[in-house]
Design a protein around this ligand. Structure first.
Ligand SMILES: Cc1cc2nc3c(=O)[nH]c(=O)nc-3n(C[C@H](O)[C@H](O)[C@H](O)COP(=O)(O)OP(=O)(O)OC[C@H]3O[C@@H](n4cnc5c(N)ncnc54)[C@H](O)[C@@H]3O)c2cc1C
Ligand SMILES: NC(=O)c1ccc[n+]([C@@H]2O[C@H](COP(=O)([O-])OP(=O)(O)OC[C@H]3O[C@@H](n4cnc5c(N)ncnc54)[C@H](O)[C@@H]3O)[C@@H](O)[C@H]2O)c1
Length: 547
């Protein structure tokens, strides 16, 4: 494929089929109306870059069906498509018959709806907390399981509808087909549940955004009724009296929060030596105090569930065999009502045809560089082929997938100096209370400080010292900021407490824009708000007294 690398001003003289604009200084914020007819010569004089990009799109369309084809219409594909339209790219998205993907249909959206409903049940049943504020609830607080389930599922379908509408509204072709790669710039369209190709579309650039599915370890039989993954748990078809949750990561913790609020007893089965192994250690100890100890939850750590056999609700229990994760010696046999398998996710890259293009998948994940370009088996990027979101495994979060999609479009549009800073992407676990984080854990930051020979700073803010948290009678939790003492650079922040998921953006934005902690300490926060907990931590970091 001949690639014509030309400056934007000489673009109109290039007649190659594959035109790439080298425009490191491209105006990245242009959002002009692209359908507006303009006198060509005048436009060139006034807005040469914009006019050149318009010419480029016209040149590309002469050869390819689309500027951009995105395989997968989850949040990653959606984010990429929206940004592509704002960049004037002719774009198609293949939904695979599953518009919205995991986040909308089987992930963030329905799980947060269940957590919201379950959270209200928990709040209303926590009599002492309410009584301390002068509130009493007469009679029993009850919930209608089916109505809670409907709340989650109708929200998912509403968000799915909005997502498709937003794509169509911006002029994206939404094609209800699965995609398979014939070549880096050629995608065969397959009917969602068939293998036969309908037609092939070509695109100057192709983005793989095919997401992930639950990973189920060997020996665990999933029947979708008594032994299930999050896909089925979200339907909330029943609320088991006793449920084993295998894995204490994000999904395990969030579902433990839902199930215990709705009346279940939970037993965690975690392979790592401690619960919540990927979280900052101090925060996970705090989380044990707030989310595990006061609730009907017990846990096995350092054990694997090697055999899980489904039961029959009300008749036959689920049978679980546990072994020591290191020695593999038998530990115990459990008989519970249900088991949720929450042991991570695997990439959904089956049948894409990547191996034929010389890509060596890493446990199914697509290898990519910092621009999300797919790498071949020699480690070289395959021109015009990108992969974003869960399928590349860099960070399995909805907003990370979408941000990667935006970064790909920037690269395609010639803004090659833009690199997404993955380390500044925040994350949150939506338990009650919430946990959020950005950057390094304290353990990681200490190791870096030792290696790079700088002194690590750590400062705390406390919910118990915050007027708003006290007024809400939710004064449990901390905010911890980690920073370099010599430069004030933020290395991470971890929060556990009410609305932690919203509070983390103060640190995430500061990390993204490079604001040091001693400058953050002078930012003014509204009183009384929870954000003052971050303010307390930033001021403590800068050696200032909090008010
Ligand atoms: C229970 C649960 C709760 C979660 N909660 C959160 C949360 O609160 N916050 C958060 O940030 N993240 C959350 N996540 C993670 C989040 O859902 C994912 O990180 C996100 O959905 C990844 O987006 P994606 O676009 O990469 O993939 P997906 O959303 O999985 O979308 C990929 C789409 O591509 C389709 N596809 C696959 N193959 C093809 C093909 N060949 N052709 C066409 N289409 C294809 C798939 O069917 C799917 O529709 C949660 C996940 C789960 C399971
Ligand atoms: N709020 C959110 O942002 C949110 C919510 C849910 C899911 N997610 C995303 O979905 C992905 C999947 O979530 P998850 O909780 O399944 O994965 P996870 O990686 O967060 O946690 C999996 C846990 O299972 C344990 N484990 C693995 N194999 C095991 C085995 N055989 N026996 C016992 N324990 C085992 C691991 O040690 C780990 O603690 C995550 O990467 C997360 O980013 C995000």
């Amino acid at each position: 494929m001949a690639t014509c690398r030309v400056s934007v001003l000489s673009l109109t003289f290039c007649t190659s089929f594959d035109v790439r604009v080298r425009s490191d200084n491209l105006n990245t914020s242009f959002t002009g109306n692209r359908s507006e007819p303009v006198a060509r010569s005048a436009r060139h004089r006034l807005f040469p870059r914009v006019a050149s990009r318009r010419s480029r799109v016209r040149a590309v369309q002469a050869t390819y069906d689309y500027d951009l084809v995105i395989i997968g219409a989850g949040v990653g594909g959606h984010g990429a498509a929206l940004h592509a339209r704002s960049r004037g790219l002719k774009t198609a998205v293949l939904t695979g018959g599953d518009a919205g993907g995991t986040c909308v249909n089987r992930g963030c959206v329905p799980s947060k709806a269940l957590l919201a409903a379950a959270g209200k049940v928990r709040e209303l049943r926590t009599v002492e907390r309410l009584q301390a504020m002068g509130i009493s609830v007469r009679g029993q607080v009850d919930y209608d399981r089916q109505a809670v389930s409907n709340h989650a599922n109708s929200l998912a379908s509403r968000v799915r509808g909005n997502l498709v509408q937003s794509l169509r509204g911006l002029g994206v072709d939404v094609l209800d087909a699965r995609g398979a790669l014939v070549a880096p710039q050629k995608v065969e369209l397959l009917k969602p549940r068939e293998r036969t190709g309908e037609r092939v579309v070509t695109a100057r650039d192709v983005v793989i955004a095919t997401g992930s599915v639950p990973a189920v370890p060997p020996g665990i039989q999933v029947d979708g009724k008594t032994v299930f993954t999050s896909d089925d748990a979200l339907k909330l078809e029943w609320v088991p009296e006793w449920i084993a949750i295998i894995g204490s990561g994000y999904i395990g913790l969030e579902f433990s929060d839902v199930y215990t609020a709705l009346g279940s007893e939970v037993t965690f089965i975690e392979a790592a030596p401690k619960l919540m192994p990927s979280f900052d250690a101090e925060i996970s100890r705090y989380a044990e105090r707030l989310l595990i100890s006061p609730r009907p939850v017990d846990a096995y750590t350092g054990v694997l569930a090697t055999k899980v056999v489904p039961g029959i609700p009300g008749q036959k229990p689920v049978h679980i065999e546990l072994v020591n994760a290191e020695t593999k010696a038998p530990v115990e046999v459990l008989q519970v009502d249900a088991a949720l398998v929450a042991t991570g996710r695997r990439p959904y890259t089956d049948g894409l045809g990547l191996e034929k293009l010389g890509v060596r998948l890493n446990k199914g994940f697509v290898p990519v560089d910092d621009h999300m370009r797919v790498l071949d088996e020699t480690g070289a990027p395959i021109e015009h082929l990108y992969c974003i979101g869960d399928a590349n495994g860099k960070l399995m979060l909805a907003h990370a997938a979408s941000a990667q999609g935006i970064s790909v479009v920037e690269h395609i549009a010639g803004n090659t100096s833009y690199r997404l800073r993955m380390e500044c992407i925040p994350a949150a676990c939506f338990t009650h209370p919430e946990i959020s984080m950005v950057g390094f854990t304290e353990e990681q930051a200490r190791a870096i400080a030792e290696r790079e020979r700088f002194e690590l700073g750590k400062a705390l803010g406390h919910f118990r010292a915050n007027s708003k948290a006290l007024a809400e009678n939710h004064a449990e939790g901390i905010a911890k900021v980690l920073f370099r003492k010599d430069t004030g650079e933020l290395l991470g922040m971890h929060i556990i407490g009410m609305h932690a998921a919203d509070l983390i953006h103060e640190a995430a934005n500061a990390m993204q824009t490079g604001i040091p902690v001693h400058k953050l300490a002078f930012a003014v926060h509204t009183h009384p708000t929870l954000s003052e907990i971050c303010d307390e931590a930033f001021k403590a970091a800068a050696g200032m007294a909090a008010h």
